[in-house]
Ligand binder design. Structure first.
Ligand SMILES: [Zn+2]
Length: 618
């Protein structure tokens, strides 16, 4: 049975759903799901759940409408660490009967297949279930871990394969369904989902949701807490804890403009509303592109709108990822490389080319670090990955994001924007609500490039080869040129003063990353006295400065490092700092001391990564 489960062939469902020619059906393999969509497939999920903060579980029913082949005998759903209490099936008349079901062998990464017997007349499968304390998707925050300190919070993170830890579902990016939900929560809290959302709390604590655009399971999302809403435009708004609401709305004021710019380049926004919820600092990612409701880290709320490219990124996913979705996690670069590309185009349209070139330069620096981190595992530097037998989270590196971006930028530069932009717009429009494999995209790309251009780009080397090809475009921002000149003036003489008034976060990051390597604690002290980095409230700057402080033993910043690691949980900031500490025995002791206190405040996705660093696995 196991071999069978692991080698299921999934049809590209979009092709089936839209009555396109059978020739367009492509057999693809999703090695991270047990689902059997060629026999029976989820079409609609109706959730009816209670959020139990005392026991830290979700409990209730998943009512799943399915479509199936006439001779289908069963439907297989993905589950992980769920208690399955009861399973029923019903026919077109709604007549329910007890269903025979089995739970297969548990796999540490994939979880447990739930195999439900169905009849030719079966239209729905009803599953009564409860989640467990091991649900990787769920983060339960105590009031102390929130900004307001009054109420608890529940957050989900379903990507990549964690939806199955809170809903029994076919959990592969190639399977799309619509959903509705009834969620009951403590009366003082509001529930929000990746769906049509309420804007105010109600007295009963019962919220109904509808998501009428079909999505893959990794975009299922729920947030429960003391959140309030403030509109930014007719279709854009922000949810945040009351204490942060105004600040967040100010920071995100340009969001409507971003939507308009993105629409002008890539076609109509397909999800009706675009709202952002600003979460507690322990949220492990920068953002998560849950449709209609981007989940965002509060670490972008720095007061000068300098970190809103993160919102451009999550908004860009409304086209790349949410609308045209990677068929499997091996094709993850199709989600992220395209999204970074669209993000940079939005930022360029919003702030100008010289501005967006700062962002692309910084990401190129990050890509170089990722390439050096991955030099022992060159296969992980391919755009097209092979994650069989591994957690797809292993594919979340700057390869998919930034190498993917540079590949698309090279294509743009090769054919010119007059050809590239219409090509990309048509790609999104014609594949809307469908899955995409790397190979299908490359087939499409062949219609754009001349033989000579294709040869010049060297597509195979980019997609199936290791490292970064020689023809990678080189970004250039004159703003960074000025930073580099200032830096050399600054270090020429101790008395030299430089003008930095108009610098944004990006200029400061470039400044810090470009510091000479022969620096020591006394030079660090001079920098700190002049620019007050230790006291910065900008997490991007804090992270780089604290990493340097640890490296050059600038002990005056150590207390701030401790405070920082106890107040943010975004993985991007945690990992470099813990890694830096682990390089020396004193640092290791410091890492262990800080982590003993901080771990409880981190999301499972973050503490699993930090656990690996502290145990020497990474
Ligand atoms: Zn993304």
């Amino acid at each position: 049975m196991k071999t069978y489960f692991l080698s299921i062939i999934i049809l590209l469902l979009a092709a089936c759903q839209n009555n396109t020619k059978p020739a367009e059906k492509v057999a693809i393999q999703d090695v991270h799901s047990y689902a059997n969509p060629q026999e029976a497939v989820v079409k609609h999920l109706d959730l009816d759940i209670h959020v139990n903060f005392e026991e830290k579980i979700l409990e209730g029913w998943a009512n799943i409408s399915i479509s199936h082949a006439e001779d289908a005998k069963h439907i297989i759903l993905d589950t992980k660490h769920l208690s399955i209490l009861k399973v029923e099936i019903s026919d077109g008349e709604g007549k329910k009967s007890q269903a025979h079901f089995t739970l297969g062998k548990e796999d540490a990464i994939l979880g447990t297949p739930l195999n439900v017997d169905i009849l030719p007349s079966t239209q729905k499968v009803h599953i009564q279930y409860a989640t467990s304390s091991e649900a990787d998707a769920l983060q339960w925050l105590s009031p102390a871990q929130t900004a307001g300190k009054q109420h608890p919070v529940l957050l989900t993170q379903s990507q990549a394969i964690n939806a199955r830890t809170w809903v029994p579902i076919q959990d592969g990016p190639g399977i799309r369904f619509t959903y509705s939900a009834k969620v009951s929560v403590p009366k003082e809290l509001i529930a929000l989902m990746s769906a049509e959302n309420p804007t105010t709390k109600n007295a009963e604590g019962i919220y109904n949701f509808r998501m009428s655009q079909p999505i893959p399971a990794y975009l299922l999302a729920l947030a429960v807490g003391d959140y309030q809403f403030l509109p930014i435009s007719g279709r854009v708004g922000v949810y945040a804890e009351p204490i942060m609401l105004e600040k967040c709305a100010n920071e995100l004021a340009e969001t409507e403009k971003m939507v308009v710019l993105a629409e002008s380049m890539y076609g109509k926004y397909a999800w009706e509303r675009y709202d952002v919820i600003v979460l507690p600092p322990s949220f492990p990612f920068g953002g998560m592109e849950n449709p209609r409701l981007t989940f965002a880290t509060p670490t972008i709320i720095v007061g000068d709108k300098s970190l809103v490219s993160l919102i451009a990124h999550e908004l860009a996913h409304s086209w790349s990822g949410n609308l045209v979705t990677n068929a499997t996690w091996d094709d993850f670069w199709l989600n992220e490389g395209f999204t970074v590309y669209v993000e940079m185009r939005i930022m360029e349209a919003l702030k100008g080319h010289n501005y967006s070139e700062m962002l692309t330069t910084l990401s190129r620096q990050e890509l170089d670090l990722a390439l050096s981190d991955l030099k022992e595992t060159p296969d992980d530097t391919h755009l097209k990955l092979n994650l069989k037998g591994r957690n797809p989270d292993d594919g979340v590196t700057d390869i998919a994001y930034v190498k993917g971006y540079y590949f698309l930028r090279l294509l743009e530069e090769t054919v010119g924007r007059d050809k590239w932009d219409p090509f990309l717009k048509a790609y999104f429009t014609e594949n809307a609500f469908k899955s995409m494999t790397t190979e299908l995209f490359l087939e499409r790309l062949n219609t754009l490039l001349s033989a000579e251009q294709a040869q010049k780009v060297n597509i195979n080397e980019w997609v199936y080869g290791a490292g970064l090809p020689q023809n990678c475009p080189i970004p250039n921002s004159p703003y960074f040129g000025k930073v580099e000149s200032a830096l050399s003036v600054y270090f020429t003489d101790e008395k030299n003063v430089i003008i930095t008034e108009k610098w944004s976060t990006h200029e400061w990051l470039h400044f810090l990353r470009s510091l000479p390597t022969n620096i020591d604690a006394s030079k660090m002290a001079r920098l700190d006295a002049d620019f007050h980095f230790t006291q910065s409230q900008n997490p991007e700057i804090q992270c780089v400065w604290y990493e340097l402080s640890l490296r050059y033993k600038y002990t005056a910043a150590y207390n701030a490092v401790d405070v920082f690691l106890n107040s943010v949980g975004r993985r991007k900031f945690l990992l470099p700092l813990y890694k830096e500490m682990m390089k020396t025995p004193e640092g290791t002791a410091m890492a262990k001391r800080i982590y003993a206190k901080a771990r409880a405040g981190y999301h499972p996705i973050s503490y699993q990564s930090v656990d690996d660093i502290l145990s020497g696995k990474e």
